[in-house]
Design a protein around this ligand. Structure first.
Ligand SMILES: [Zn+2]
Length: 99
């Protein structure tokens, strides 16, 4: 199992979306490990869009990755800081050629 470093977090693709479009990734930091189910959604405004579902809690985020200007997410972290672990994680997986 390979892990991709995204800042101080590790993101790991648990299930590849290659077969049916639905994937699972895990983001782990020093204290916690969180699993997310995701699938790519059609997006014609630039970048790539993903619906990301946090397992167990039901939180659903629409995450868009691409150039820095194209990146967006619906979580509090992005609203406050303009960046978040969902974007960083998906970007890391995309750059690693896993998406
Ligand atoms: Zn986010």
């Amino acid at each position: 199992m390979t892990e991709t470093l995204s800042h101080k977090r590790l993101i790991r693709l648990v299930r590849s979306p290659a077969s049916d479009g639905v994937g699972v990734f895990c983001i782990r930091d020093a204290k916690t490990q969180t699993f997310y189910v995701f699938h790519e959604i059609p997006n014609d405004i630039g970048g790539r869009g993903f619906a990301v579902h946090r397992l167990g809690l039901g939180d659903l985020y629409h995450v868009r990755i691409g150039t820095p200007a194209q990146c967006s997410c619906e979580c509090l972290g992005f609203l406050r800081h303009g960046n978040c672990k969902h974007i960083q994680g998906l970007l890391a997986l995309a750059h690693a050629g896993k998406l």
